[in-house]
Design a protein around this ligand. Structure first.
Ligand SMILES: [Zn+2]
Length: 256
């Protein structure tokens, strides 16, 4: 079993003792899950309602051509079993309310600590995950990838969050997507594996530091923008979720 022990006596935790919740088993989720399995994580829950498509196999490395049309959660479970591991899978579309319910369920099944890896391609879901995890004091690693570039934000209890940096997601009608811009498969792999490394450090109670991380795989340049809590951030102020301006604005933008 992998141990993470560079933090000094009494601080290291075995990643197998932590529950990792991976939202999205696509371009980012595939390498993230591979990395978690390789690290010896044994409590992994994956959430995805999509099916495997041949056109995405270049970056969704958990799957092969024989998996076309299968639920990603089923194909991912089979992959894990072939490696002697197991995945807890949920074939549903994740929502804000659904994440609350899932974290409640995991907490009542003796998993006292969870780290959420947000690997979907849904910008509004990333903010929903941020808000839920801030409200509940749950660690989250929120990632995204487009073209050659990836980005990652680590959200931890008491620290700055995604909404401290961005008040709300951009309107969907002006947001480039993987479908419109494309994704370099290796950029998704790089970003997904980096998300796993950060999640393992968080799970092991090792310092990560509040930063907005970006990766430009054309140049190999990685940057870290130090984050600070924004006094007006509704998520960090603990405003009721339905009263958060960003939440309402986001919903209006999606519904318009
Ligand atoms: Zn905040």
């Amino acid at each position: 079993m992998t141990r993470v022990d560079d933090a000094g006596p009494g601080r290291a935790r075995d990643p197998a003792s932590c529950r990792f919740v991976v939202l999205g088993a696509g371009g980012l989720g595939s390498p993230a899950i591979l990395g978690l399995l390789a690290a010896g994580a044994s409590r992994i829950t994956i959430v995805d309602d999509d099916r495997v498509a041949a056109s995405n196999l270049q970056r969704q490395v958990l799957y092969n051509i024989a998996d076309r049309g299968r639920a990603k959660t089923d194909a991912a479970l089979q992959f894990a079993r072939m490696r002697g591991a197991h995945l807890d899978r949920r074939g549903v579309r994740m929502t804000r309310a659904g994440l609350h319910d899932l974290l409640d369920e995991l907490r009542t099944t003796a998993d006292s600590r969870s780290v959420v890896l947000e690997c979907s391609d849904d910008a509004s879901l990333k903010f929903d995950v941020n808000d839920v995890c801030v409200a509940r004091g749950v660690d989250a690693v929120i990632g995204g990838v487009l073209g050659w570039r990836g980005q990652i934000t680590v959200v931890q209890p008491g620290g700055p969050c995604l909404r401290c940096l961005f008040e709300q997601p951009p309107p969907p009608e002006i947001t480039p997507t993987c479908g419109s811009v494309g994704v370099i498969g290796a950029a998704a792999g790089f970003t997904g594996y980096w998300m796993t490394l950060l999640a393992l450090r968080v799970a092991s109670k090792q310092p990560v530091g509040p930063a907005f991380r970006t990766i430009d795989s054309r140049t190999g340049r990685c940057t870290e923008l130090a984050l600070q809590r924004r006094p007006q951030c509704p998520a960090c102020r603990g405003a009721p979720e339905s009263d958060q301006p960003g939440f309402l604005a986001t919903r209006r933008a999606i519904q318009s």
